[in-house]
Write a protein that binds this ligand. Structure first.
Ligand SMILES: Cc1cc2nc3c(=O)[nH]c(=O)nc-3n(C[C@H](O)[C@H](O)[C@H](O)COP(=O)(O)OP(=O)(O)OC[C@H]3O[C@@H](n4cnc5c(N)ncnc54)[C@H](O)[C@@H]3O)c2cc1C
Ligand SMILES: NC(=O)c1ccc[n+]([C@@H]2O[C@H](COP(=O)([O-])OP(=O)(O)OC[C@H]3O[C@@H](n4cnc5c(N)ncnc54)[C@H](OP(=O)(O)O)[C@@H]3O)[C@@H](O)[C@H]2O)c1
Length: 290
C-alpha cells in the first residue's frame, strides 16, 4: 500500500508557510524526529509526517506525546493520535491550529527538515483489541477525531476482523472533511487492498461524511443520523445491534457523551483494553473548544 502524499504537496486549500520554523538551526531535541512532509488542509487544519523511531511499536489507533521546545527551554508536549497505520515506515499526524494554543501556534509552522519531540510510549483505548469480534466496525468522529481512524482504516487487521468498516465523520464545513475524504478515496482505489479483499473492497469500507453548518450532499450530526435511522437507510444497513456492531468514538467531550448514550440505547456497552466489549471512547482533545 503506498499512501504517502508528496512533500509539501500544494492543494487549492494549501496555506503558505512564511514564519520561520521553530527549531531550524537549533540544537537537536531530546527524542527528536525529523519532519518529512507537511500539508495544510484549511486555515485550521494541517497534517505532517515524521521519521519513525526504529524501536517504536504501536497498535493502530493509539496516541503518543509530541511537541517542541517551549520558550523556557523545556519540552512542550501534547497528546496526538498517530494517524498512520502500524506498518508505515513514517508516522503521520493530523492537527488543529489553535491560534493562541501553546503548542499548535508554533507547530503549525513546521517545515520539512525540522525536528519535533516524540515520546515513544504509545497508549490509548481506540484499539481493535478493546472490542469483541463482530460483523461491522463503526468509526465515529468529529473534527480531528478522524486521526486515530485514519490509522485504523489503513490497517488490514480492521478488515481481517470485520466484514465492514463504516466511517462517519462530521465537521462544521465541507473543507474540513477533505483529509478523511481523500484518504478513503485512496484506500478504495488501492490495488493491494483490492488484491487482498477482492474487487468489491469499496463495499467493505463505507464512508458517511456530513456537515452541520454548510450545505453539502449529506448533513447533520452523527447523533441525529444514528437516532433517526437515516444513516442505516442511506447505507442500506440494519440498525445497530450488540451482537454484530462494534464502534469507536472520538470527538469533543460533549460529542463523546452524546454518542455514548446513543450507542447504549442500541444496547452496546463500553469496553476497554482490559475488558473488551462493544464500543470504546477517547477524547480528541481536552477542553470545551476554542
Ligand atoms: C488522547 C488525545 C489525543 C489527541 N489527538 C490529537 C490529534 O490527533 N490531533 C489534534 O489536533 N489534537 C489532538 N489532541 C489535542 C492536543 O493534545 C492539543 O490539545 C492540541 O494540539 C492543541 O494544543 P495547544 O497547546 O495548541 O492548545 P491547548 O492548550 O492544548 O488547547 C487550547 C484549546 O483548543 C481546544 N482544542 C485543542 N485541541 C483541539 C482539537 N484537536 N480540535 C478542536 N479543538 C481543540 C481545547 O479545547 C482548548 O480549549 C489530542 C488530545 C488527547 C487528549
Ligand atoms: N473560525 C474558523 O474558521 C474555525 C474553523 C474550524 C474550527 N474552528 C474552531 O475550532 C474549534 C473546534 O472546532 P471543531 O469543528 O473541530 O469542533 P466541534 O465544535 O466539536 O464541532 C465538530 C462537529 O461536531 C459536531 N458536534 C459538536 N458537538 C456535538 C455533540 N454533542 N453531538 C453531536 N455532534 C456534535 C458539530 O456540530 P454543530 O455544528 O451542530 O455544533 C460539528 O459538526 C471550535 O471551537 C471552532 O471555534 C474555527
Amino acid at each position: 500500500m503506498t499512501l504517502d502524499f508528496a512533500v509539501n504537496d500544494a492543494p487549492a486549500t494549501s496555506t503558505a508557510t512564511t514564519t520561520p520554523a521553530p527549531n531550524r538551526g537549533k540544537p537537536t531535541l531530546p527524542d527528536a524526529q525529523t519532519v518529512t512532509a507537511v500539508r495544510h488542509w484549511t486555515d485550521w487544519l494541517f497534517s505532517f509526517r515524521v521519521t519513525r523511531p526504529p524501536s517504536l511499536r504501536f497498535r493502530s489507533g493509539e496516541f503518543v506525546m509530541i511537541g517542541l521546545l517551549g520558550d523556557n527551554g523545556k519540552p512542550l508536549l501534547r497528546a496526538y493520535s498517530i494517524a498512520s497505520p502500524n506498518w508505515d515506515d513514517e508516522l503521520e499526524f493530523y492537527s488543529i491550529k489553535v491560534p493562541d494554543g501553546p503548542l499548535t501556534s508554533k507547530l503549525q509552522h513546521i517545515q520539512v527538515g525540522d525536528e519535533i519531540i516524540l515520546r515513544p510510549k504509545p497508549v490509548g483505548t481506540l484499539v481493535l483489541d478493546a472490542l469483541l469480534p463482530g460483523k461491522r466496525l463503526w468509526l465515529l468522529a468529529t473534527g480531528t477525531g478522524i486521526a486515530p481512524f485514519a490509522s485504523l482504516m489503513r490497517d488490514p487487521e480492521s478488515y481481517e476482523r470485520y466484514e465492514q468498516v463504516i466511517v462517519m465523520h462530521t465537521c462544521r464545513t465541507a473543507d474540513e472533511l477533505a483529509y478523511g475524504a481523500e484518504l478513503v478515496e485512496q484506500l478504495r482505489d488501492d490495488p493491494l487492498l483490492a488484491e487482498m479483499y477482492g474487487e468489491d473492497f469499496h463495499k467493505r469500507l463505507l464512508y458517511y461524511p456530513t456537515t452541520t453548518r454548510e450545505d453539502s450532499p449529506r448533513m447533520g450530526r452523527i447523533t441525529d443520523n444514528l437516532t433517526s435511522g437515516k444513516v442505516f437507510a442511506d447505507l442500506d444497513l440494519p440498525p445497530m445491534d450488540p451482537e454484530h456492531d462494534r464502534a469507536m468514538i472520538c470527538g469533543s467531550l460533549a460529542f463523546n457523551i452524546d454518542v455514548k448514550a446513543v450507542l447504549e440505547g442500541f444496547g452496546l456497552r463500553e469496553g476497554a483494553n482490559s475488558e473488551p466489549r462493544e464500543f470504546v471512547v477517547e477524547k480528541a482533545f481536552v477542553g470545551e473548544g476554542i
